[in-house]
Design a protein around this ligand. Structure first.
Ligand code: SAM
Length: 292
């Protein structure tokens, strides 16, 4: 039997056979380490009962592991040069479907309805193309496809931001955007040496798990994200100054901001990085009540 795709020698052989030059612009760094792949499948807790969506199958290293573990795999790959390769490398698996499409232009709701059996738990697993990590995550979080969990590899620095705790340097608007909807944990740090070609940064696997529906929600989500973004607009300024930049410096506005902070029980002098998701929700509602 042939070796797993995730093996440096086989990966190079496949690339040579097809004359494939990786495109850096598409974030093509192929995984060649079976321990890392085991770890991804283990972290995502994939069983034969599950359907899995993969973003960017590449030459199929992760796809193969997903195909072995899951019921069905639906993978989106933008680069059509990889299609004949995937046809060959995944020939043994009849539960994988590759869609040649840009994930950022994909209507996932429609795709899931069309290609997958809706009764099954749905998970998303990917070794992400790093140049679009944030837009992909934002789309997944804002979309209405309900994933039981999302297990994704990304650059370590971004992984640190997603899983950050309040009061740390990595904690910011991205942390809150993610943790508003999912619980985030850093599952594994992955050295650059396990990829072909090796990227310029180390990587990490993050697990996002669906939270039970929030009981404490802001009066308006758009307003909440606006306050969060403004709170972190100038990281060295305190909350009071950042809120003034958002709402204005007129005396009346200052009074309203002060009232809102009092109502929310938040010290104006602290920095946004100290506020939890719940405190940002309380603050958003208090600002609204103060007519801001
Ligand atoms: N899954 C493979 C692995 O682990 O070895 C490849 C991962 S590689 C880091 C990222 C993959 O995403 C590449 O195959 C790349 O062509 C694909 N990709 C890049 N941009 C994409 C997009 N907008 N939509 C779908 N796939 C994309």
């Amino acid at each position: 039997k042939e070796l797993d795709i995730a093996n440096p020698a086989r990966t190079r052989a496949i690339m040579n056979t097809y004359g494939l030059q990786v495109k850096k612009s598409l974030g093509q760094n192929f995984l060649t380490d079976q321990n890392v792949l085991h770890n991804i499948v283990f972290t995502a807790d994939i069983s034969q009962d599950d359907n899995v969506i993969e973003i960017g199958p590449g030459i199929g290293a992760l796809t193969e592991y997903l195909a072995r573990a899951a019921h069905q795999v639906l993978a989106f790959e933008i680069d059509d040069r990889l299609l004949p390769i995937l046809d060959e490398t995944l020939a043994d698996y009849d539960n994988v479907e590759i869609i040649n499409q840009d994930i950022l232009k994909t209507d996932l709701t429609a795709m899931v309805a069309e290609h997958l059996d809706n009764e099954r738990p749905l998970k998303l697993v990917a070794n992400l193309p790093y140049y679009i990590t944030t837009p992909i995550l934002m789309n997944l979080l804002a979309g209405d496809v309900a994933f039981e969990n999302i297990v994704v590899m990304m650059q370590k620095e971004v992984a640190d931001r997603l899983s950050a705790e309040p009061g740390t340097k990595a904690y910011g608007a991205l942390t809150i955007a993610v943790q508003y909807r999912m619980a985030a944990e850093l599952a594994m740090v992955v050295p650059r040496s396990v990829f072909v070609p090796a990227p310029n940064v180390d990587s990490a696997i993050v697990k996002l798990t669906a939270l039970p529906p929030r009981t404490h929600v802001p009066f308006d989500e758009a307003a909440f994200f606006k306050v969060v973004k403004a709170g972190f607009a100038h990281r060295r300024k305190n909350l009071w100054n950042n809120l003034q930049s958002l709402f204005g410096k007129q005396a009346e506005t200052k009074n309203a901001i002060q009232t809102a902070l009092d109502t929310a029980g938040i010290d104006p002098k602290i920095r946004a990085e100290r506020l939890t998701v719940d405190e940002f929700i309380t603050l958003t509602d208090a600002l609204h009540q103060a007519d801001l």
